[in-house]
Ligand binder design. Structure first.
Ligand code: SAM
Length: 331
């Protein structure tokens, strides 16, 4: 039975945050001094596999591992290997991940061997100094090695960059030329008000409508119907021959075609990235060896998937729209 929400949207895409921990501290994402979940609260890799498998049986066709940084979860490749059986059986169409790239040089070949074809790498700047400034702990050279290794292993890469006012807006043309020159799509993301951080989001927030208008002064952008199952809208860039995506949770609510739900590493299911409502799947998972309770809990949760979110960033709204950081539910 497919999972269909109250607004008639079929849920076919599951994003799983396998850890809330990360080896970076991007200023728009986390506070520097984060308190992470105690290890004992985490689902084991076997439990994550069981949960994902139930979702696949219920119609999930695309599964994305995220975090935190998914590649810092201990033995993560064991989970990837396990999940790859659903690619082999044809039940799952795509297994992918979103990563900051720091560990890719270690894992790229094995990911490819497990049937992963495409990955998203988050990269906000090509300037090593600025990279260190925005990620606080990151090393650009390491990420570049990771990107090289991934391409060498045959993985297709999409770069994701969060557009940040007066930080990387002027650099986007260069980032795009570089990405397209290496055969990678680039997607720009508006910063979302999730979790308390030290920086003022009003200063960082840059509506992509403005950035697009400025890019259109230099480049010829044409809308194309290309879709990857996510919320990005794409244009073709005549000058580079590449694709540029826009993810606009703030200026253009992307909710009407939402096909996604998000599972955290403690088994909490969020039916919307931008709402607090969630369903606990860990209790029904652990309550019995059969999946009946879990199945019922998932159906009940999908039955309350909200129509959308209402993110606000302005000077009058100083509180984040949702209290959890992006690192809890992942991108
Ligand atoms: N560590 C992995 C990575 O860096 O891609 C996966 C998790 S990270 C939370 C996923 C994506 O969310 C990254 O592209 C990151 O830049 C983005 N992100 C984090 N906080 C955000 C925010 N407040 N608004 C918009 N995007 C955010």
């Amino acid at each position: 039975m497919d999972m269909i929400d109250p607004f008639g949207r079929t849920i076919s895409y599951l994003r799983v945050s396998v850890t809330d921990r990360c080896d970076f501290r991007c200023t728009y994402c986390m506070a520097e001094d984060m308190t992470f979940l105690p290890k004992k609260d985490l689902l084991s890799l076997e439990e994550l596999d069981r949960l994902c498998t139930v979702f696949i049986e219920k119609g999930v066709k695309k599964l994305r591992l995220t975090g935190g940084e998914p590649l810092v979860r201990k033995n993560i490749m064991h989970l990837v290997r396990q999940l790859s059986r659903h690619l082999e059986s044809g039940a799952l169409e795509e297994l992918t991940l979103t990563t900051n790239g720091s560990q890719l040089s270690r894992f790229a070949a094995e990911l490819a061997d497990c049937g992963v074809k495409r990955i998203n790498v988050s990269l906000d700047t090509l300037d090593a100094e600025k990279f260190h400034q925005i990620t606080r702990w990151g090393n650009l050279g390491k990420v570049m090695e990771g990107i090289d290794a991934a391409q060498k292993a045959g993985l297709k890469i999409k770069l994701n960059a969060v557009a940040l006012r007066d930080f990387n807006d002027a650099e986007i043309p260069e980032l795009m030329r570089w990405a397209h020159g290496r055969g990678m799509d680039l997607t720009l993301i508006e910063t979302m008000p999730m979790g308390e951080i030290e920086v003022d989001r009003t200063d960082q927030y840059l509506p992509l409508s403005l950035l697009r208008a400025s890019l259109e002064r230099q480049f010829t952008l044409s809308d194309i119907p290309y879709k990857t199952g996510g919320p990005a809208r794409y244009v073709h860039v005549a000058e580079t021959g590449g694709r540029l995506g826009f993810i606009t949770p703030m200026t253009h609510n992307f909710c009407e075609s939402c096909n996604r739900v998000r599972l955290t590493c403690t088994g909490t299911l969020y039916m919307c990235l931008g709402q607090e409502d969630a369903a606990d799947l860990r209790a029904p998972l652990r309550a019995s060896e059969g999946n009946e309770l879990l199945d019922a809990a998932i159906d009940e949760a999908i039955g309350r998937k909200p129509k959308g979110h209402d993110f606000i960033i302005d000077r009058r709204t100083s509180r984040p729209s949702v209290s959890r950081h992006m690192s809890v539910t992942g991108g």
